[in-house]
Ligand binder design. Structure first.
Ligand code: ADP
Ligand code: MG
Length: 252
């Protein structure tokens, strides 16, 4: 059965989508059937893999009207990597879901029918701890938490860990933290090095060894609709996401 990873942090701009797209692409490149599920109304992962953000059916239909997940999954241009795309109307699900009893399990139930077709399923979460992220945490086996090595990096992590513990206790006892991932790291600055040390001291054994560097190629790859390993296979960003995918697969 495929392992489901949620990429979550309620802060925006910390590298969730970049990590979701690039880990999924590296795992697919390593030979595993992989599904990326975009559950952010911004649809950045969908667009970053070269798909349109107005495809129907989308994850919105799957979550809101319980459309068949298999019908919404499309191939990407990358071998072994499929996408369940998001669309902007997904924002409406944030309003609708709380009114529907038991709706925390919608994504889990939808993925139950397709997860056996994939070795890895990666969920790209929106930047909030709202109903969509809760759906992802209920569906997931593991969580990867990207943390940008910037001022206030630890801010909000306590809230996220509380939410994870709550979901674990009330809704999904299987859920574990795969790891925290330091992203957009600029090792030349003292601040970034201090933040790395602080996060590792605060959460010993929870932080991935691999650190994702700040890298221009990573930033520009989505505008070509490509993961960085296909945009520039030999840049430092591609190397780092490959190393991370190995760490993730080794811990699976
Ligand atoms: P989130 O999904 O958490 O909001 P993103 O993955 O969209 O964050 O990243 C925010 C922005 O930073 C995007 O423009 C992305 O291309 C850029 N970015 C992410 N990681 C890196 C990196 N390692 N180096 C350079 N730019 C990055
Ligand atoms: Mg995002």
């Amino acid at each position: 059965m495929g392992t489901i990873y949620a990429i979550a942090n309620q802060k925006g701009g910390v590298g969730k989508t970049t990590t979701a797209v690039n880990v999924a692409a590296c795992i697919a490149e390593a030979g595993y059937e992989t599904l990326l599920v975009d559950i952010d109304p911004q649809a950045n992962a969908t667009v970053g893999l070269g798909l349109a953000k107005d495809l129907e059916p989308s994850i919105y239909d799957v979550i809101s009207v319980e459309a068949d997940a298999a019908a919404a999954i499309r191939p990407s241009d990358i071998e072994r990597l499929s996408v369940l795309p998001a669309s902007p109307d997904l924002a409406g699900a944030n309003m609708e879901l709380p009114r529907l009893p038991g709706s925390e399990g919608r994504l889990r139930d939808a993925l139950a029918a397709v997860r056996d077709d994939y070795a890895f399923v990666i969920l790209d979460c929106p930047p909030s701890l709202g109903p969509l992220t809760v759906n992802a945490l209920v569906a997931a086996d593991r969580v990867i938490v990207p943390v940008q090595t910037e001022y206030l990096a630890l801010e909000g992590l306590a809230g996220l860990l509380d939410t994870l513990a709550l979901v674990q206790r009330e809704l999904n006892p299987r859920l574990t933290i795969a790891g925290m991932l330091l992203t957009m790291h600029d090792g030349r600055t003292r601040l970034a090095r201090d933040v790395e040390r602080e996060v590792r001291e605060h959460f010993p054994s929870l932080v991935f060894d691999t650190v994702i560097p700040r890298n221009v190629r990573i930033g520009e790859a989505p505008s070509y609709g490509l993961p960085v390993i296909h945009h520039d296979p030999h840049c430092s960003g591609a190397d780092a996401y490959f190393e991370l995918a190995k760490e993730v697969a080794a811990r699976a």
